[in-house]
Write a protein that binds this ligand. Structure first.
Ligand code: F6R
Length: 245
């Protein structure tokens, strides 16, 4: 696991964009695993800049997002599909038919999740998976638990995640209570993983997840067992782990 402490959010975003841009340049038909949330917004903006500067093309890229709220249509402004369109897909030459997000509108959870696993497998597996980090160590919507969930599955969101995400909805009652998410097994199958985190409020979990014990109560800790992980954090999020490296 390589841990890089960037100076600030802009530096973290640029460094993370460089990892993705290198992947896209080296293998133009890459399968990218993508994340939503506040953390990657800056790095997506950097990738758009690279595209506009003619440095990279997404023409042959396929993508699979980590997760989606259950019950939100793709055009809902808080759906993760909408987020991806707004922050990346609408601004680059990616073929939207090659971009995949779990189908939140499918009420049949088993069918939606099984179809997603099959689609990832049929595409040949994820080359580079981008992850953000929840305050409780969640990755995707894999919340702290007594075991590591394997495949794409439906989850009940924890109160802390509902609280954290309510900032994006008009009221907390509108936050969906369930989501479809890649499993830890799905994530760990990616060839390469890139984790980003910023802000002082992530400092403790960054340190615990990447230097503490590997336990399902801290889902991101499992990434310590993956052979090719890069963690890029800003100075604030790196303020505790820096003394443990
Ligand atoms: C997003 C996702 C979540 C976020 C995490 C951090 O697709 O799966 O696990 O990465 O909640 O969110 P932010 O970046 O908003 O702090």
């Amino acid at each position: 696991m390589q841990i890089i402490i960037a100076s600030d959010y802009a530096d973290m975003s640029r460094k993370a964009a460089d990892v993705i841009a290198a992947q896209v340049k080296n293998k133009p038909s890459s399968i990218l695993g993508l994340a939503t949330g506040s953390t990657p917004i800056g790095l997506y903006a950097e990738l758009v800049k690279d595209y506009e500067a003619g440095l990279i093309s997404f023409k042959q890229i396929q993508s699979f997002n980590l997760d989606e709220y259950r019950g939100l249509e793709a055009d809902h402004d808080q759906s993760y599909r909408y987020f991806m369109n707004q922050n990346l897909f609408n601004h680059v030459d990616i073929d939207k038919a090659q971009t995949h997000v779990p189908d939140g509108a499918n009420p049949d959870a088993d069918a939606a999740c099984a179809a997603y696993e099959i689609a990832i497998r049929q595409a040949g597996g994820v080359d580079l998976q981008l992850l953000g980090l929840g305050h409780n160590g969640h990755v995707g919507f894999n919340e702290p638990a007594d075991f590591f969930p394997v495949d794409t599955h439906v989850v009940d969101l924890t109160e802390s995640t509902i609280q954290a995400n309510s900032r994006l909805f008009d009221s907390i009652d509108e936050v969906p209570r369930q989501a479809y998410t890649m499993g830890i097994g799905t994530i760990m199958k990616a060839d390469q993983i890139l984790v980003v985190a910023n802000g002082a409020d992530k400092a403790q979990i960054v340190a615990d997840a990447f230097t503490g014990p590997v336990v399902p109560q801290v889902p991101a800790s499992v990434l310590q067992l993956h052979p090719r992980v890069t963690v890029i954090v800003d100075a604030e999020a790196g303020s505790i782990i820096k003394d443990r490296l």
